[in-house]
Design a protein around this ligand. Structure first.
Ligand code: OAD
Length: 236
């Protein structure tokens, strides 16, 4: 049975109330990316960076998974082949919807990382430059997220999955940030069919075999029901 590799972006969590980055009024219209999402920004004003991610964490804690997250979890549980879900999102809504094995290539808001000793632990709701590392005691705690200029996590593993994918599906991502924006090309070159489910045509829409436009909460459950029915898995 087919191996499906799914890439999600901020659009999948938009209907849970979490803002996207580049839509009108998105996070990068309200904050300077250089200030809050780069190692240089953290070095020059760690308190500002913590405040930004504390606000993201509070939003995430008050949000709930939506129909798109739940449908993808259903696919993960019921698809007779393999489903690999790679997300650029740092929220935990896929996990809370019950998704098995999420690959967080841009890290996780709910995890903390010690910049001094690389120890990782569950992030407290509020972090500050004084937050101490439970392993080394140093005050170099940062959110365990990947900033611009840093290398996304688990890239070798993701490349191996793309190499063996039969179907690649990108959901709710603008296709502007690499390396994730290049996954469609990698999957297509490896022989996968490619499908995009998103609100507006992405920057890399022309590289997909098919694009379906609309809100993820409608498109994703419909696509999941469709693909499960082709595999003979009936609707619950
Ligand atoms: P963007 O904000 O760039 O794009 C969000 C995409 O979601 C857009 O293409 C919208 O059309 C689409 N969208 C919005 N609402 C939707 C809905 N209800 N249903 C379906 N689609 C919807 O977010 P990403 O592509 O995820 O990285 O951004 C990629 C990376 O850029 C992020 O991981 C983050 C950011 O800077 C880092 O911070 C390292």
């Amino acid at each position: 049975m087919e191996k499906i590799v799914i890439l999600t972006g901020a659009g999948v969590s938009a209907e849970s109330g979490l803002g996207t980055f580049r839509d009108a009024g998105g996070l990068w219209a309200r904050y300077d990316l250089e200030d809050v999402a780069t190692p240089q920004g953290y070095a020059s004003d760690p308190a500002l960076v913590h405040a930004f991610y504390n606000a993201r964490r509070a939003d995430c804690l008050s949000a709930e998974p939506n129909a798109a997250h739940r449908a993808l979890a259903r696919l993960g549980a019921e698809w007779p082949g393999e489903v690999v879900l790679v997300t650029q999102n740092i929220d935990d809504l896929h996990e809370r919807a019950g998704q098995p094995r999420v690959i967080h290539m841009h890290g996780e808001l709910m995890r903390a990382l010690c910049a001094a000793c690389d120890h990782r632990w569950a992030a407290p709701p509020e972090m500050s430059p004084a937050t101490a590392c439970p392993a080394c005691g140093g005050a170099a705690a940062r959110p365990d997220v990947v900033w611009f200029g840093e290398i996304p996590y688990r890239m070798d593993e993701i490349a191996a999955h793309l190499e063996r994918a039969d179907l690649f599906v990108a959901i709710g991502t603008s296709g502007t940030v690499y390396p994730a924006a290049g996954f469609v090309q990698e999957a297509a070159e490896a022989g996968a069919r490619t499908l995009e489910l998103t609100l507006d045509r992405s920057e890399v829409a022309s590289l997909f075999d098919e694009s379906r436009l609309g809100p993820a909460s409608a498109l994703v459950p419909a696509w999941v029901a469709e693909i499960l029915s082709t595999a003979g898995v009936s609707r619950r």
